[in-house]
Design a protein around this ligand. Structure first.
Ligand code: SPV
Ligand code: MG
Length: 552
């Protein structure tokens, strides 16, 4: 690949494709003066891969589709089952698809319905072969019976009369050479099919060399485009096909065969090793799967269409040991059991229930004890000598859009998170106004001084900005207590990342706590307070723990 004429052909096909229907693109590719290459695909996924690699079109191989369904290439899959696969393929790619329509699944009448259905599904063309239904793969057995010439020409004519897209391509495939009838019979048939309206002739051969194909091409003299399938004469240099004036080469089954080899190798390795160790790194990553099927597009759509900001990510800070005696000897605080479920498990469910899909837990102390399902983890292995901000920085790669940051040892009623997600502002912190009351809690943590206190007025929804957050704030200045839950919009997340970079550059990442980070953010950007009154708790003491057990 890569010689100049082919590149031009590919580029030309790609630009034609952008402006026209897939049928028109296939027609243009087949009729172009360049040699066109169609690559086999048998599923939505393989169609995507063929497109990404750069081919201008797809051969939807009957052999490959049947095999991928675990069936023989004998029309064991019904034509409507094949149609369903084609629907997935057409949805997965913008490339024109030339379908292997076998014999047309019956007589002229079956071909008519097939062609109409293919046009409805944006398929660019179909190839039908002059054999009898049910078909047998060309490489099985010898001297397979052929259809009568006139009868097959009738199938072609019926197909052409039924297409609802003028550019739809019908390729007539003759099996005369494969069935041992020689060049004269092949030419006779090709001529009849061309006269019946075929847009191109596929001349098939199962010889190891291209001799009979090249001889046919010379005698055919390009009365209409000629398509070949060099599966058995694979060692013939492609330059010879160009010289012979061939229109299109079909690489007929090589994605399926590649997949069989790769799947068998991986399965065998895993079976023998009882481990994934050797295979990981040699197979596509799960992230690659997400990219291929377009997860990013769905996330963008969720941001646009779903209420409740379902696309927010969450970072749960759960690296600290906490000090609850024996309860935290072999596990971090977030794993303490609260009536049959860990604190962390309850928190993760809460986040999920509010539509947060991507959750990352920062682990540290006894990290092996934290293995929540469906949740990513990152590790702060320096948890013993660092604080929350360092843990947050460990998860930096995990957030870039809207992000919720939450301590791993808190629980709250769901409406609090829903309210926070719906609140205006690029950075919003949930603040319990009751935390400002003297003696409200035995161990108040992060006190908050805001622009205004909580009014309790039903009609008061004016935004309130954060001034300072600190565990050492004099009680007289405190308007409430931060509950350890904050939301950052995409912009707010960008500011957070910038601030983390600054803190790191100043050498303070290891020691800084979250209140100081919030205070620094509030000095540069608007940080808003979302007031609540109770309905949450954190677990710092055994008293807190018994409260938590009553809370759920
Ligand atoms: C197919 O790919 O299903 C074909 C080509 O029809 S061949 O297997 O060579 O007959
Ligand atoms: Mg086939």
């Amino acid at each position: 690949m890569g010689s100049l004429p082919l590149q031009s052909a590919t580029q030309e096909s790609a630009s034609v494709r952008r402006q026209q229907t897939t049928a028109a693109a296939l027609r243009a590719a087949i009729n172009s003066p360049y040699l066109t290459f169609l690559m086999e695909a048998h599923s939505g996924l393989s169609a995507k891969i063929v497109e990404e690699v750069g081919f201008p079109g797809i051969w939807a191989s009957g052999l490959s589709i049947s095999t991928s369904l675990g069936l023989r290439d004998n029309n064991e899959a019904s034509w409507t089952q094949v149609l369903e696969i084609l629907e997935f393929m057409a949805e997965a790619t913008t490339l024109p698809i030339l379908v292997d329509g076998d014999t047309g699944y019956g007589n002229f009448n079956n071909v008519r319905r097939l062609v109409r259905k293919l046009c409805q599904r944006r398929i660019a063309g179909v190839c039908i072969e002059d054999k009898l239904f049910p078909k047998t793969n060309s490489f099985v057995g010898e001297r397979q019976p052929l259809a009568e010439i006139d009868e097959f020409a009738g199938r072609i004519k019926a197909g052409k009369d039924s297409q609802t897209d003028d550019d739809f391509v019908i390729v007539a495939r003759t099996e005369a050479l494969i069935s041992g009838h020689g060049l004269d019979e092949a030419l006779l048939r090709a001529e009849a099919y061309h006269a019946a309206g075929a847009d191109a002739i596929l001349i098939h051969s199962k010889q190891k060399t291209a001799g009979e194909i090249l001889a046919f091409a010379e005698l055919w003299r390009n009365r209409c485009p000629l398509i070949i399938v060099p599966t058995t004469y694979y060692s013939t240099p492609t330059a010879l096909f160009r010289q012979a004036g061939i229109s299109t080469v079909i690489w007929a089954n090589h994605n399926l065969r590649a997949a069989i080899t790769a799947m068998r190798d991986a399965s065998r390795r895993i079976w023998e090793d009882e481990s994934l160790h050797e295979v990981e790194g040699r197979v596509a990553s799960v992230q690659e799967i997400f990219r291929l099927v377009g997860n990013a597009e769905l996330e963008a759509a969720e941001r646009r269409y779903l209420p409740g900001r379902a696309s927010a990510a969450a970072v749960v800070l759960a690296a600290a040991r906490g000090d609850l005696g024996d309860l935290t000897r072999d596990q971090p605080k977030c794993m303490i059991d609260i009536r049959g479920r860990s604190l962390l498990d309850r928190l993760v469910s809460l986040l999920s229930d509010s539509g947060i899909r991507s959750i990352t837990v920062v682990r540290g102390y006894h990290k092996e004890a934290i293995a929540p399902s469906g949740v990513a983890t990152v590790d702060n292995d320096r948890h013993a000598e660092t604080g929350e901000v360092y843990s947050l920085a460990c998860a930096r790669e995990r957030f870039d859009g809207e992000t919720v940051v939450v301590y791993g040892d808190i629980l709250f009623r769901r409406y609090i998170l829903d309210g926070l997600l719906a609140a205006d502002g690029d950075i919003v912190v949930a603040v319990d106004a009751l935390g400002a009351l003297a003696g409200a809690r035995a161990t108040p943590r992060d006190l908050v001084e805001a622009e205004r206190g909580f009014s309790g007025n039903y009609l008061d929804d004016a935004p309130v900005r954060l001034r300072t957050m600190s565990p050492d704030l004099p009680a007289a200045r405190a308007n409430g207590e931060w509950i350890g839950l904050a939301r950052f919009s995409t912009q707010g997340t960008a500011w957070l990342r910038e601030e983390l970079d600054r803190v790191e550059a100043e050498g303070k990442l290891e020691t800084m706590d979250m209140p100081m980070l919030m205070t620094r953010l509030a000095a540069r950007h608007p940080v808003f307070v979302h007031y609540i009154t109770g309905h949450w708790l954190d677990v710092d003491t055994l008293d807190d723990l018994s409260n938590a057990r009553n809370f759920t």
